[in-house]
Design a protein around this ligand. Structure first.
Ligand code: 5HY
Length: 246
C-alpha cells in the first residue's frame, strides 16, 4: 500500500517529521512518502495561509493520483482544501483533524484539543462542529506558540504543550487530548507518558484510517459532493483584454 502524506506548508522539516511519525506506525507493506509544495506559506496560521496553500496542495493530490497511490493524508490540522482534494481524488483523502477527532471520540467521551496560536482556535472549533463532535469536545486550547517555534524548538514546545494538557485535565476534565498541529506529532508518546492521559495525534490516526479504508476496498465517492470537478476552459488572455464578461 502506498500513502502520500502532503504537508501543505512549504517547511520541509515539518514534512520530514510527519513522514517519520507516519512510517513508524505504518503496517508492514505500507509505504509512506511525505511531500510539500514549494512557494506556499512556511506555516499555515489562519484563513489566508490556508487559501494560499490549497492550489499547490491540489496539484500534489493530482500527482499522487497519477502515481497510483492508495490514499492521501493532508498533514495540516486545519484540513485545508479537504473537500476540494476529495473532488480531485478517487483514492481516500483524510485530513489529520478529522482523523484525530474521530479516533479520540472512540476512546473518550470528552476531549480537548491543544493547538498553536489563538487565531487557530475558532477555525478548529468550527471543524469539530462540522465533524459532528461538538458535544464531545470540551475546549480547543492554544499554547500560543507559532507553528515554526513548535517545529524548531521541540523541547520548549513539548513542555508548554504538557502544561496546557494538564490544565485541560484539571479545568474541563478532559479524558483525552488531541494534538492540534502536525508539528506536535513527534511528541505524542512523551506527552502521553508525562500527562497520564491518552494523547491523540492526527498524523498517526490518518495513516491508520487510510490503511483501513483502502484495505476495505473503499474509495472516495464520485457521486454527488465529491464528483470530479467540471471541466472549465481557462479564460483566454484576449477575453480579459477585450473586457469580455460572461
Ligand atoms: C498545521 N499549521 O498542522 C497547522 C496547525 C495550526 O502549518 N501545520 C501548519 O496551527 O493551524
Amino acid at each position: 500500500m502506498r500513502i502520500r502524506l502532503i504537508n501543505p506548508n512549504s517547511t520541509a522539516s515539518m514534512t520530514a517529521h510527519a513522514e517519520r511519525v507516519a512510517r513508524a506506525v505504518a503496517a508492514p507493506g505500507t509505504v509512506v512518502e511525505g511531500v510539500n509544495p514549494a512557494g506556499t506559506p512556511a506555516s499555515i496560521e489562519g484563513h489566508a495561509d490556508e487559501a494560499l496553500s490549497v492550489p499547490a496542495m491540489l496539484e500534489l493530490i493530482r500527482r499522487g493520483e497519477h502515481d497510483g497511490v492508495d490514499g492521501h493524508v493532508i498533514a495540516c490540522f486545519d484540513d485545508p482544501g479537504l473537500g476540494a482534494a476529495r473532488e480531485v481524488a478517487r483514492a481516500p483523502v483524510v485530513g489529520i483533524c478529522e482523523a484525530a477527532v474521530h479516533a479520540v471520540s472512540m476512546i473518550a467521551r470528552r476531549f480537548s484539543i491543544v493547538t498553536t496560536l489563538e487565531r487557530s482556535v475558532p477555525i478548529i472549533e468550527d471543524l469539530v462542529q462540522d465533524y459532528g463532535a461538538g458535544r464531545r469536545c470540551r475546549r480547543v486550547r492554544a499554547v500560543d506558540l507559532p507553528v515554526l517555534v513548535v517545529d524548531g524548538d521541540p523541547l520548549y514546545a513539548r513542555q508548554r504543550i504538557a502544561e496546557e494538557i494538564g490544565r485541560a485535565v484539571r479545568e474541563e476534565r478532559a479524558e483525552a487530548v488531541v494534538l492540534g498541529c502536525a508539528g506536535m506529532s513527534d511528541h505524542r508518546g512523551w506527552l502521553q507518558q508525562e500527562t497520564g492521559v491518552p494523547v491523540v495525534d492526527g498524523v498517526v490516526a490518518a495513516v491508520k484510517f487510510i490503511e483501513a479504508l483502502a484495505g476495505a476496498g473503499l474509495s472516495t465517492s464520485k457521486v454527488g459532493a465529491y464528483a470530479f470537478p467540471l471541466n472549465k476552459t481557462p479564460a483566454l488572455p484576449h477575453d480579459a483584454a477585450a473586457g469580455a464578461t460572461r
